[in-house]
Write a protein that binds this ligand. Sequence first.
Ligand code: SF4
Length: 259
Amino acid sequence: MQKLARAHPDARFELDFTSPLELLVALILAAQFRDDRVNAITPPLFARYRTPRAWAEADPAELEQQLRAVNFYRQKTKAVQRCCAEIVARFGGEVPRSLADLLELPHVGRKTANVLRANAYGEPAIGVDRHVARLAKRIGLTGNDDPDQIEADLMKVVRPADRVRLCHLLQWHGRRVCLAREPRCALCVIQPLCDFARSTAETPARRSPSTTTRKKATGRDHAPSPPGGAAARPSGAAARASTAAAARQSGRRTSRPPR
Ligand code: SF4
């Protein structure tokens, strides 16, 4: 975590919110959608709909139009309204705090519930999204594929005070360096600690990068292309070996050439 924190000092939770209700709505809207695009549309909605009742009783057609920029906006409109109606009916209009209560809400799964508990209520919860799951397995913090099991494994090895921060760090590292398709191990600050890197240590991709390249790779740029351009990206046999190993681990086919 220290190494990741130095590499990603700006790592943080990316959805904007000021209350558990706002975060709950944002999380529903952010399913399979980009956080920054959710942030772009939520401020006027949060200003207009301030309570679960307001969301639940909003005109569905009007709300659909307000959410048109979001993918699956019709389904997500229904999801937000059903969820908020349940909060009104069963929890007195307050977004519940406990995992058990949150899981009673429609359209709220374990990941969403834990992300909400961690970021809105400060609970030492771990929301296992795709980045957390992928990195936990690659690094060697878990041997499981099931998100519930991954959560349990992480809870055992991460102190309560570090759990929320760990998730943010893994998410940012997963977006910048430990990419799903092609982990940039040669640019990774935790390469010496990583099971995946050890398992592929015989490949050229495991060579230590220069200090300059590592710094660029872990800088503030959030762009998907490799920092430093093509020169900073492991290439040729190294990239193919890294890609193939990542694909083997995730069970994917490797016919697609490395980017
Ligand atoms: S060494 Fe490679 S697999 Fe391990 S965390 Fe870093 S980028 Fe991911």
